[in-house]
Design a protein around this ligand. Structure first.
Ligand code: FMN
Length: 350
């Protein structure tokens, strides 16, 4: 294929299996079946039957309320169904002994919703009284724990001050490290990086990620033995992190790939959070077939509902080291003017 999309006839060499296309197609089918079965079994797409899915639903609706309040001109008393549903699901989740903070965030968001709508002065619908009663009921069940939901006001100055980098060198000085120093990375450095990475955006704030930490030695060695890209340096890493996402937090067929997106974004934040602390990392791919995925699950305790996104080798930097140049093309090669085929209005009509 040329840059303008013309198909060329040639056979490039790859290190993939050298079987015929029919066998390759069958193998591909087996892999899609594996992924689809895992999504159907563990996500809430068929029916929301896990407690973790209920938690995700409460978080999603809490965030929908927050989002609706964060726009320039919130629609008065928007989202009656969402507000009712989040209170219903939050009280169900509280009764089932779920994470109280998830319920508190929901109550805080709905309280903010009631306050903001009262401030806007639009006439109160009759169902608002029912909402107020449900909020009071939930308040009685939950101990207060500071503000966890709703909206808050921040200034541009605060964001600019806290977010300023002296230069873009922060990004250009990150390399994949394949030669780590022997000193271990202290646990608190790992915790600080994870805490920072937890601020990664995620779909409706569901934060489906987990990080499994394997220290250097037999533990890291066991997971590294399942991975194909760490030859010659994996053993020098202080820790191997395994980044996963929880399929139970996804509830629609359209979210079948969302875990890969949210997990990948989280991983990138984690890498930058280590870089900000002067600690080196190297991504280790988990681009494997179902057999390798199953094998890793027999070696390491990974809950069945978690998908492995990738591994991350983490370690201290030696005084001097070699890194790959990893050439990048000019940004103009990446940036393209958006081209419209057909203009549609907001409802999708042409
Ligand atoms: C998802 C992912 C998986 C990767 N897997 C490996 C790997 O298995 N082994 C390795 O040495 N590098 C791996 N890398 C690192 C890439 O080779 C590297 O990021 C790329 O060449 C750019 O180089 P840089 O990170 O030094 O800028 C991976 C990168 C990503 C994003």
């Amino acid at each position: 294929m040329t840059a303008d999309g013309t198909q060329l006839r040639f056979q490039a060499r790859t290190d993939g299996p050298r079987s015929g296309w029919f066998k390759k197609l069958m193998l591909l089918g087996r892999e899609y079946y594996y992924d689809a079965t895992r999504f159907v079994t563990h996500s809430g797409a068929l029916s929301p039957r896990h407690l973790a899915t209920l938690r995700a639903l409460v978080t999603m609706d809490t965030h929908r309320v927050e989002k609706g309040l964060a726009v320039p001109h919130p629609k008065p008393w928007f989202g009656k169904l969402i507000v009712r549903r989040v209170l219903h699901n939050a009280s169900l989740y509280a009764r089932l002994d779920g994470d109280a903070n998830v319920c508190r965030a929901a109550v805080d968001a709905v309280e903010d919703y009631l306050d903001r709508n009262s401030e806007l002065g639009a006439p109160e619908p009759e169902w608002a009284a029912q909402i107020r009663r449900a909020v009071t009921g939930l308040h009685e069940q939950l101990q207060p724990a500071g503000l966890l939901g709703g909206t808050k006001t921040v200034s541009r100055e605060t964001i600019h001050k806290a977010g300023r980098l002296d230069s873009m060198d922060f990004f250009t000085s990150r390399y994949s490290i394949r030669d780590f120093a022997p000193e271990p990375v202290p646990q608190e450095r790992i915790e600080a990086a994870v805490a920072a990475a937890q601020h990664t955006p995620s779909v409706c704030n569901r934060q489906s990620w987990s990080v499994h930490v394997f220290p250097r030695g037999p533990q890291a060695g066991a997971v590294l033995a399942c991975q194909n890209g760490n030859t010659g340096f994996g053993h020098t890493a202080s820790h191997i992190l395994l980044i996963t996402t929880d399929l139970r937090t996804f509830v629609y067929p359209g979210e079948r790939n969302q875990g890969w997106v949210d997990g990948g974004m989280f991983a990138m934040s984690l890498i930058h959070a280590f870089h900000a602390q002067g600690i080196g990392t190297c991504c280790l791919n988990w681009s494997v077939d179902s057999r390798a995925d199953r094998r890793l699950r027999t070696v390491a305790e990974i809950p069945a509902h978690e998908n492995v996104i990738m591994m991350l080798a983490v370690g201290q930097l030696p005084e001097e080291l070699r890194v790959a140049t990893s050439w990048r093309p000019e940004p103009g090669h990446v940036i393209r003017p958006g081209r419209i085929r057909q203009v549609t209005n907001q409802d999708g009509a042409q």
